[in-house]
Design a protein around this ligand. Structure first.
Ligand SMILES: CC(C)(COP(=O)(O)OP(=O)(O)OC[C@H]1O[C@@H](n2cnc3c(N)ncnc32)[C@H](O)[C@@H]1OP(=O)(O)O)[C@@H](O)C(=O)NCCC(=O)NCCS
Length: 390
């Protein structure tokens, strides 16, 4: 039924198709640097290990958004702006209450962030003041939305935020109604730092594409949250814990992993587009997992995970496949008492900072994204009326 006609190219330059846009630069950016062969990750030139050791999520967020470490006065103001913007309107809590229990918390977060924008209309993405206020609101309120949905979906009332607690500390408080131990809050704070940014990954690219249309930041972040949900991206941390629970004991690791390798199945929490060595975030998270487990007593998941890492290395290290950020994070969260469904939302409340840094950067020198494609369809098809189709 195809009348062959000469193909009409979409654009002028016929560039080769690069699946997944691997290694194709999509923006000029000064936010994050990764050397995947050496295992280097820097935010604004600062090695991730130093930030994990010495910074806080609030300070790292300031660094990501505004390009340099704040002075004491700048950090105090920014921290105050975040803590006084945590509360959300009752109608937003009602919206969360109305969502079906069958939904995933990431779906609830995506819907709630999109709705949040409706409570703050008339924002001008080209106004510096509006940009600051929007960024602060989204970062401050995301944990409140996750914690409120978590409690409401379990038949409990939400816990209002407290202004006197740190960002991570307040999130754990809103989940449980109890102020966490300082070192548990600090471990979560470090996890948020480690997850706050990671250059041009799928969700950040989604954020930049949406930002390039001059859409508002709430829409930018809700697009990115949608991209983060997938098991090949942020959803992997939840899949890792399910995998470790299915495996059960360290002794059961080898047959389980070797069966996956034989069947060429993906092992969750390992492999990365950029890293050819162990993800530097996984190195820090592995230590945090050991710290959390030392606090909470023996946990066979860590021993099982370490055995998975060993068996994966035997079979896949030659291909550059090693643990990524999602491999050990779930073990830390599980030891903190967080359910698996919250692992990706915790990733999201951290990554909001990176997405918004990219939103701000995209606006500095914006051109709407409109990539090409390699057309592989037909041309000049004859329209056959429905009654004559066979
Ligand atoms: C992250 C990820 C999507 C990157 O994918 P990518 O850069 O497109 O890599 P590819 O899919 O091209 O894989 C390259 C090779 O490594 C293999 N591979 C990649 N990740 C693998 C994994 N997790 N388990 C087993 N094999 C894997 C592929 O099968 C492929 O092998 P082949 O060359 O023999 O066909 C991929 O590693 C993955 O699916 N990991 C599991 C999900 C995950 O943990 N995601 C979180 C990332 S932070």
């Amino acid at each position: 039924m195809t009348d062959a006609v000469s193909p009409a190219p979409e654009g002028r330059a016929a560039l080769p198709l690069i699946p997944g846009l691997a290694d194709v630069p999509a923006a000029r950016s000064s936010i994050c640097f990764i050397d995947g062969d050496a295992g280097v990750l820097e935010y604004r030139g600062h090695p991730i290990e130093a930030l994990a050791e010495q910074s806080t999520f609030e300070e790292t967020t300031y660094l990501l958004l505004w390009g340099q470490l704040p002075t004491r006065a700048e950090l105090d103001k920014f921290t105050r702006d975040l803590s006084t913007n945590r509360d959300v309107r009752v109608r937003l809590i009602d919206l969360l209450r109305c969502l079906p229990d069958t939904g995933h918390p990431m779906e609830a977060l995506q819907a709630a962030i999109a709705a949040l924008g409706m409570f703050h209309p008339d924002r001008d993405p080209l106004s510096a003041t509006d940009r600051y206020i929007s960024a602060v609101r989204v970062i401050a309120k995301a944990p409140t939305l996750v914690a409120a949905h978590h409690r409401l979906s379990r038949g409990m009332e939400s816990v209002p935020p407290r202004e006197d607690l740190g960002h991570a500390e307040n999130f754990l408080y809103m989940l449980t109604g109890e102020v966490p131990e300082p070192d548990v809050a600090r471990i979560l704070d470090v996890c948020l730092i480690l997850h706050a940014e990671h250059s041009m990954n799928a969700s950040t690219f989604a954020a930049r594409v949406t930002a390039s249309t001059l859409a508002d930041p709430y829409t930018v972040v809700s697009s990115a949250i949608g991209a983060l949900t997938g098991p090949l991206h942020g959803g992997a941390n939840e899949q890792v814990i399910h995998m470790l629970q299915r495996i059960g004991e360290p002794d059961a690791v080898r047959p389980y992993i070797e069966d996956l390798v034989r069947r060429k199945q993906r092992i969750m929490g390992v492999g990365h587009r950029i890293y050819r060595v162990k993800d530097p975030r996984a190195l820090v998270l592995q230590k945090l997992a050991a710290r959390m487990i030392a606090k909470r007593g023996a946990n066979r998941l860590l021993a099982t995970a370490q055995e998975v890492e060993r068996v994966v290395a035997e079979h896949l290290a030659a291909k550059g496949i090693h643990p990524n950020v999602d491999f050990y994070s779930g073990i830390v969260y599980e030891a903190m008492g967080l359910p698996a469904a919250l692992f990706t939302p915790v990733f999201a409340i951290a990554r909001v900072s990176g997405w918004l840094a990219h939103w701000l950067e995209q606006l500095e020198d914006n051109r709407i994204f409109r990539p090409g494609q390699v057309y592989s369809g037909t041309h000049g098809e004859r329209y056959v009326p429905i009654g004559q189709r066979t």
